[in-house]
Design a protein around this ligand. Sequence first.
Ligand code: ADP
Ligand code: MG
Length: 503
Amino acid sequence: MTEHSLLSLKNLAKRFGGVHALRDASMSISAAGMVHGLIGANGSGKSTLLGILSGQTSPDEGEISIDGRTVTLSSPTKALSLGIAMVSQETAYAPDLTVAENVLMGRRLERSMFGIDWRASNEKAARILKDLELELDIDRLVRDLRPDQRQMVEIARAISMNARILVLDEPTSSLDGHEAQALFEVVRSLKSQGVSVVLVSHRLDELFDMCDSLTVLRDGVTVAEGPLDDFTPDAVIDAMIGRHRAQAVTRIGGTPRADQPPALVVEQLSSPRALHEVSLSVRPGEIVGLAGQVGSGRSELLECIFGTRFVSSGDLAVGGTPHVPSNSAAAIRAGLAFVPPDRKGQGLVLSGSIRSNLMSVAMADRARLGMPSIKTEDGIIADLVERMSIRMHGVEDPVSTLSGGNQQKIAIGKWLTRSPRVIMLDEPTRGVDVAAKAEVHGLLRDIAAEGAALLVSSSELPELLGLCDRILVMAQGRIVASAATADAPDEATLIRYMTMVRA
Ligand code: ADP
Ligand code: MG
């Protein structure tokens, strides 16, 4: 008799255009009732692997088998029919339906002679919640639940559809310590019911607490896999970063003007569930990096400073003048600029022309400064296009025709018409190729050299080590470490701060 793994993914490869998201990724779960951890630096291919596992993405190469039989996971429905369900931050739930309705959504409701038997259906939902030892009122609207409770409802729904393998993509990134513990109670209870769980987490402490086995991905390749007992936290970190990477960083850095007062001062800034008394300052010409996992508070910090997220207490000053964050228009007037992480959503109007996008910040000012003449406008645009070496056919072309790197230059360049004192960027090179990345970094260094203060949030530590003068590490809404890049801080040490903190 041959023993088959419950699940085996072998030699998966997946490209998106020129990007090799997965090169040779494998992962297996030996049996039912196991918790398997998946870890890797940002961009290492975890979500792509999970996309394949849950039937959302089809692999270019590789083989998937369940109980020793080769399967094709051609759609999420197909994956679910084979017992694989995924719960991610983006999982859709119906906010205006009750807990019971959400748990049962997508499956056949109990029917009687008179149509749907709500009582029987509700009892079924209640039983599923009880089996998971979840104390949730089934009649409450999901809209009124906390994020952690909503996630529990999603898990209950997956279980109601008889999932044998539950995939959790960074389930704790938006939870506080207490809520994360509650979630792990549910995972333990699933385990005892024979459900296997694939758990993606950046938190080594969580993985070492919860998992029976681990897979480590680096650059789309499985570099380590095995029972948890084969690993130590330091060995996982070494596998994640690879020894070759430590030396590969060439440092750019800004040109901090130590003789000048800070362009941005943040004091004891707090926001419910996101930030706890964060203080920092950035000098003109300086590039300060924010490192941290998703949910660590680095994106939230930028939003708070820019006035697009609620600030419960704290003080801000821009160029020595106190600024009360209230909305983005006030922030822009105060001299702040913000390049958001999703340039396709907030950063740019993709269907708009290169010209209109580059002029969008200047045009918003026209009420105050007067409408620029076409001639001045042409001059401004020619200037920006040259300065940022934007490669394009003509300025009237839609931005959507440009490469990711050139789009990002425009998302940054549109602010330069205003000479902001402080430019905040979240994931400035997400989804751009290596060459364009270097160009964007060069551009940011030039902008800093002209005297702007830059605050850059990134999930890629090598990017921050190369680009910044100083790196602040965030975890759980706090700054937990700070390092000058000139001192060549050790990547592994910074990752240790990012992954092993528990509030
Ligand atoms: P992780 O979840 O480990 O952060 P991902 O699987 O999201 O990694 O991404 C791996 C690589 O593939 C990254 O370089 C990412 O930019 C790229 N990538 C992922 N999805 C797409 C996509 N739909 N189009 C283009 N590139 C993508
Ligand atoms: Mg991911």
